[in-house]
Design a protein around this ligand. Structure first.
Ligand SMILES: [Zn+2]
Length: 248
């Protein structure tokens, strides 16, 4: 036996319940809507948890915070319909603002214990040159929540959820926005759905900026597909939760 057979890369296609924890309202779909739609079509249930209120990037400055929040939610729910997201949850931390890392970890831990996913998606917090703290904090807090899900001395933000939790193995954590993928997911069959979902995010993108984003996604996904006999790929780092500590 080798370490690779002891801790193999988890099989993403075995996923049945997937929790995707994103810093902002569009990250899950920009990064991973292709693979998520594939998994949803093969029967997986998908849940989104959004960490921040995302108000900083809204392009129409005349909107009140309440109206802007409604516009963001409208975009998000429309995209979620396309991807087939079963349910969405929001934490409402201030976008690009000041909040406590441990509060965030407790809140994410609550949803991990409540929803009992077998796979959890989040941004790679170790992405080199990632400057947005919301992405780093979300990815790290999610990784810790996955690692600590079964350690009941570490409380979540909801005692009732903790006392009802009976332990549920998490088969894998999937980092998107990564420079070190171990998997290029073939998203050729769901590329159209992905782009339709991404185009729902109108509150934060001028039409020209959206066209540029779609073009960049297209070029990147084709570059990743080179020599793989596919048209479009999404880069993922898929790890067993036991690989989240001390280099295993
Ligand atoms: Zn983001």
């Amino acid at each position: 036996m080798t370490i690779d057979t002891l801790l193999p890369t988890p099989d993403i296609f075995s996923a049945k319940r997937i929790l995707c924890v994103q810093p902002h309202y569009d990250d899950n779909d920009i990064a991973a809507a292709g693979i998520l739609k594939r998994l949803q079509k093969s029967g997986a249930e998908i849940f989104y948890l959004t960490v921040t209120n995302d108000l900083m990037g809204v392009i129409d400055h005349s909107l009140s915070p309440e109206t802007a929040a409604e516009a963001l939610k409208r975009d998000q729910l429309a995209a979620g319909e396309i991807v087939g997201v079963k349910e969405q949850f929001w934490l409402g931390y201030p976008d690009a603002g000041k909040y406590d890392y441990f509060d965030l970890r407790r809140d994410i831990l609550k949803y991990v214990r409540q929803l009992k996913p077998d796979f959890v998606f989040t941004p790679d917090p170790w992405l080199t040159y990632e400057a947005h703290r919301d992405h780093i904090q979300t990815g790290l807090a999610t990784a810790e929540a996955v690692m600590f899900a079964g350690l009941m001395k570490i409380a979540s933000s909801d005692p009732a959820v903790d006392s009802a939790y009976e332990g549920q193995p998490i088969d894998g954590i999937v980092f998107y926005y990564t420079r070190e993928p171990n998997t290029i997911a073939d998203i050729t069959s769901t590329w159209g759905d992905k782009i339709s979902a991404v185009r729902c995010y109108q509150a934060q993108f001028e039409p020209d900026d959206m066209d540029m984003l779609v073009m960049a996604l297209d070029m990147k996904s084709r570059q990743l597909a080179t020599n793989r006999n596919i048209e479009h790929g999404e880069p993922l780092k898929i790890l067993h939760p036991q690989s989240l500590h001390c280099g295993f």
